[in-house]
Design a protein around this ligand. Structure first.
Ligand SMILES: *Cc1c(COP(=O)(O)O)cnc(C)c1O
Length: 343
């Protein structure tokens, strides 16, 4: 397959319509057979449930080329499962998990020309999502839904080397106790826009959110989980019912325990442990960056500097990041079932 003529290394993280996307409708009380479509536009009622009451959930994963030339996705079954759970919480009919994974396969197979070559650092980012499409005016779940998967090529997250970032502790809250923090719903992002725009205006890369109930515990950022390394080189992973279950985080925990022989401690992490300089390294994790190191946190003028500094990623985060990337790229043997081969 002839690749598209794209400067892969210099792509940004932005949307570009590609040849084919996957579309399935929920109508007459059942999911109808899905199909590929060359049409990037959606036509729907002005009163569609998603437009009125934000009934939508989504996922994010990447297709990429491994060292031996295969096109693969990383653990799409976990995206299928997470979206299934997100839909249930939103009173939406969950999309069958096997059909989700088949949809991923179909979109990637139909767009192999858009999958960046091995070594470019770029990937084909895949965005599965579903939303209420039938008219809703009295507050209620929609009757009909649409499930879609599109892809868009995106460049390497870090151009010119991994660089630590500076983040702030947010004045706003992300997720209420017993709310929707644990599901991947657009509504969680809608209400974080003001916080992230404010943080960017102040010169910060991201917001760290504390738990909304007590503001004493570390939760996550707007779109990534947080990891710490303590003085004993233990990976410390904040645990809370209102944190989104990141697939990257769960994979890194496995890598730490089974590949790097590290101790992992998943537990509530108190903010005063962070201000008390208990941790040597800190990082954000998610599909796009794998790990993005945090060099400094600003808590309303109180500066917490990590010993790993602002020049480079700390040694433990570096090892974790490189090992997971090596597994993803086929340079290190993967645990059973992690690499979903499409081509
Ligand atoms: C998607 C997301 C993450 C990262 O999850 P991955 O599966 O690792 O990409 C973390 N936090 C939030 C709030 C998210 O929406």
């Amino acid at each position: 397959m002839e690749k598209k003529n794209i400067d892969w290394e210099n792509l940004s993280f932005s949307y570009q319509a590609i040849d084919q996307r996957y579309v399935a409708d929920y109508a007459d009380g059942a999911w109808q057979p899905g199909h590929l479509s060359s049409d990037p536009m959606i036509t729907m009622s002005e009163c569609a449930g998603v437009l009125q009451y934000s009934q939508s959930v989504f996922e994010g994963l990447k297709a990429y080329t491994t060292k031996d030339g295969h096109i693969v996705c990383f653990r799409p079954d976990l995206n299928a499962e997470r979206m299934y759970n997100s839909a249930l919480r939103m009173e939406m009919p969950p999309y069958p998990k096997n059909l989700f994974v088949e949809g991923v396969r179909k979109v990637v197979e139909a767009n192999t020309a858009w999958v960046p070559p091995y070594g470019s650092g770029a990937t084909l980012y895949l965005r599965p999502y579903m939303f209420g499409i039938s008219p809703v005016i009295g507050v209620a779940p929609a009757r009909d839904y649409q499930f879609r998967i599109f892809g868009t090529p995106v460049g390497p997250y870090f151009k010119g080397g991994v660089k630590p970032i500076i983040v702030k502790v947010s004045d706003f809250d992300r997720a209420a106790p017993r709310g929707t923090g644990h599901i991947k719903a657009g509504l969680n992002y809608a209400m974080s826009m003001h916080a992230i725009v404010t943080a960017h205006q102040e010169g910060f890369a991201e917001n760290i959110y504390l738990d909304a109930a007590t503001r004493t515990k570390v939760e996550e950022t707007g779109g990534a989980n947080i990891l710490f390394v303590d003085g004993d080189n233990t990976l410390v992973v904040p645990k809370s019912d209102t944190i989104l279950p990141s697939i990257t985080r769960r994979s890194l925990v496995y890598v730490a325990e089974h590949y790097l022989n590290m101790k992992v401690d998943e537990r509530p992490v108190y903010w005063d442990e962070v201000t008390g300089h208990k941790f040597k390294e800190c990082g954000l994790c998610g599909t796009a960056a794998v790990i993005s190191p945090i060099g400094r946190i600003n808590d309303h003028g109180t500066i917490i500097d990590f010993p790993s500094g602002m020049e480079e990623i700390g040694p433990v985060m570096k090892k974790l990041r490189e090992t997971l990337l090596g597994i993803q790229m086929g340079e290190i043997e993967a645990p059973e079932g992690w690499i979903f081969q499409i081509v």
